[in-house]
Design a protein around this ligand. Sequence first.
Ligand SMILES: Nc1nc2c(ncn2[C@@H]2O[C@H](COP(=O)(O)OP(=O)(O)O)[C@@H](O)[C@H]2O)c(=O)[nH]1
Ligand SMILES: Nc1ncnc2c1ncn2[C@@H]1O[C@H](COP(=O)(O)OP(=O)(O)O)[C@@H](O)[C@H]1O
Length: 181
Amino acid sequence: MSHPSIFIFTGTSGSGRKTIARKVGDELSWTAVRSCTTRAPRNPAQSDGDYHYVSREQFDHWDNDGLFAQTADIDGNRYGVLRRELEDALARGQSVYLVLNRAGADAIMKHYGDRAVRIFIYVDKTTMRERLESKGTSYEVVEHYLDHYSEEVTYRSKCEHVFENVNVARTAELIRAALAR
Ligand SMILES: Nc1nc2c(ncn2[C@@H]2O[C@H](COP(=O)(O)OP(=O)(O)O)[C@@H](O)[C@H]2O)c(=O)[nH]1
Ligand SMILES: Nc1ncnc2c1ncn2[C@@H]1O[C@H](COP(=O)(O)OP(=O)(O)O)[C@@H](O)[C@H]1O
C-alpha cells in the first residue's frame, strides 16, 4: 500500500468523529476537506467551521456541473465533497482528512483506493446520549443518532483502524501511534 494521504474519519454519529479529526488533523498538519451541506448550522448565531453551509440551489447547481467527488442525501439534506477542494490539496502534496458516513467513506475508497484509510470512531449509546445531552443537543438529534447507531456500528469491521473514543487526548494519541506503525 502506498503511504495514505486521505484520512477518513467515520463511525457512529455523536461519537466525537469531528472532535478527534480536528485534533489529529491539527497535530499532524493535515488539511481539512469540509463537506458542503444544505443542512442549517446547528447554532446559526455561531459559525462552527464543520461544513461549508450552502443553499439547496447552490448545491444542486454544483452537483449538476459534476463538481462533487461524491454526494449523499441524508434526512432531506444534501452533503458532498467538492472534488476540486480534495484534489487541489493532494496536488499540493498535503495530506487531507474528511468526516463522512459509511456511504461517503466507501465512495472515497472506491475513487482513491490505496491513498485512503478509514478511521472508525465509536462510543456506546449511553455515553453518546449523556455527552450530547450535557451539551444541550436537541432531543431530535440525539434520537436520530440512536436510531442510526446499530446500522452505523457494523461498518467498523470494514475499516482499517477502529477506536473507542473514551478520552479525546488518549484517542488522538492512539490514532497517531497506529498511523506511525
Ligand atoms: N456520504 C457523505 N456523508 C457525509 C458527508 N458530509 C458529512 N457526512 C456525514 O453525514 C452525516 C450527517 O449527519 P449530521 O447530523 O448532519 O452531521 P454531524 O453533526 O456532522 O454528524 C454524518 O455522519 C457526517 O459525517 C458527505 O459529503 N458525504
Ligand atoms: N472523548 C470525549 N469525551 C467527552 N466528550 C466528547 C469526547 N469526544 C467528543 N466529545 C463531545 O461529544 C460531542 C459530539 O462530538 P462530535 O465531534 O460533534 O461528534 P460526531 O462528529 O461524531 O457527531 C461534542 O460535544 C464533543 O465535544
